[in-house]
Design a protein around this ligand. Structure first.
Ligand code: MG
Length: 264
């Protein structure tokens, strides 16, 4: 995990508005310090202690985010997948087709650039880009700052598009109420077995790019069985954000989840 994978935790919250974009405040995640390149049992022990410290601090901040969101009756969804699984394409189509029905704003996480924020803004959503530098995931502190900049309206939905990565994002609670994992058919069906932590916490798994099923070797039944063995409660929905197939089921899930959230 991140004490050993190279994250240093300097993130830039970049606000993308209708007229311009500007790099915002840098924040150095003080607890994202490295364990360094220590070897031997003492180094291993320190690494474990550091990991626990990092995650404990993150959990506290995630709790504060959850309170902040609850006070405003905002539903936050943590959207995770490997790079290129179609997170941004899904959000572009969702924003366009649910415009006027569901108020959606987006926090975009990438190591660098604001390409995805530019796409989401063009689709009509308020968006904040977080650049994580060498970091491979968003954490609760980054999301807290992004929420302050985004200032989403009460009763709305905030989708947090995490950095494309099936490993570290699974470990970091952001204060979200739902975790949605995308699994594209082009990645192969073996990902739940290889990256179980990601799928074990998923409320919904979207099997994306189904328009490409005819070109790839993807065992849909095996994939579903492996997801269910890790997370029996997870819903699975196949879709293609390119053709639109299956998108209605995703919108129904989003509406149900939004209504259920507001009813609490
Ligand atoms: Mg993206």
């Amino acid at each position: 995990m991140c004490a050993t994978c190279g994250c240093s935790g300097t993130a830039v919250v970049r606000l993308v508005t209708a007229d311009h974009e500007h790099a915002g405040h840098e924040h150095a995640g003080a607890d994202h310090e490295h364990a360094g390149h220590e070897h031997g049992s003492r180094g291993d022990e320190r690494t474990v202690q550091l990991q626990q410290k990092v995650l404990a601090k993150n959990d506290r901040l995630a709790g504060a985010n959850r309170d902040w969101l609850r006070q405003r009756d905002i539903l936050a969804i943590n959207l995770m997948s490997s790079p290129g699984a179609g997170k941004t394409t899904l959000l572009e189509r969702t924003a366009a087709e649910l415009a006027g029905q569901v108020s959606i704003s987006v926090i975009e996480g990438d190591q660098a650039a604001a390409l995805d924020a530019t796409r989401i803004r063009a689709a009509g959503c308020q968006v904040v880009q977080v650049n994580t530098g060498v970091g491979c995931h968003l954490d609760a502190e980054m999301v807290a700052e992004a929420l302050r900049v985004l200032d989403p309206p009460g009763g709305s939905v905030v989708v947090i598009e995490n950095v494309g990565n099936l490993v570290c994002p699974a470990l970091f609670d952001l204060g979200e109420q739902a975790r949605v994992v995308l699994a594209s058919v082009t990645e192969g069906a073996d990902k739940p077995v290889k990256y179980p932590h990601m799928f074990r916490q998923a409320d919904l798994v979207l099997v994306t790019k189904t328009d490409l099923l005819r070109y790839v070797d993807f065992d849909t039944e095996r994939h579903a069985a492996d997801v269910r063995s890790l997370r029996p409660a997870a819903e699975l929905l196949p879709l293609s954000a390119t053709t639109g197939a299956g998108m209605r089921d995703w919108y129904d899930w989003l509406r149900r989840r939004t209504a259920g959230h507001h009813a609490r």
